[in-house]
Design a protein around this ligand. Structure first.
Ligand code: FES
Length: 147
């Protein structure tokens, strides 16, 4: 079986929503310290709906495919739904990622949460801080990294 699914290859070769939003309402930037990859996500929000989203990922093919898929999955969706998007759901939507590449999809989940937090912060919206742990405080992601 091929290492990467056709969907991963498709989103890697033709990533959706690449770029930046100059008038973004929230920007999230996260990185994985071990591989050095960086993902930045921009969101535009109207009436609690993510009306537009773009990303810039300086990273591996799986990170690019994950950002592309994740942005597709939250576009047009309420913030509450975007907050529930897990890296597992992103990986499943891509028809799977190799085990040692799952951390790449974690970046997508974290970048979206970080962009939403930035939106809340910039717009003075109150939120449950416990739902936004600082990813740099945790040590649970990406430690199956073996490349
Ligand atoms: Fe770093 Fe994929 S995000 S190897």
């Amino acid at each position: 079986m091929a290492l990467y699914s056709e969907k991963v290859m498709d989103h890697f070769k033709n990533p959706r929503n690449v770029g930046k939003l100059d008038d973004a309402d929230g920007i999230g930037e996260v990185g994985n310290a071990r591989c050095g990859d960086i993902m930045k996500i921009y969101i535009k929000v109207e009436n609690d709906i993510i009306t537009d989203v773009k990303f810039n990922t300086f990273g591996c093919g799986s990170a690019i495919a994950s950002s592309s898929m994740a942005t597709e999955m939250i576009k047009g969706k309420p913030i509450s739904e975007a907050l529930e998007l897990t890296n597992k759901a992103v990986a499943e939507a891509l028809d799977g990622l190799p085990a040692h590449k799952l951390h790449c999809s974690v970046l997508a989940e974290e970048a979206i949460r970080s962009a939403i937090k930035d939106y809340y912060d910039k717009h003075g919206i109150d939120y449950d801080k416990s739902k936004f742990p600082d990813p740099t405080d945790e040590d649970e992601h990406g430690h199956d990294f073996d490349e």
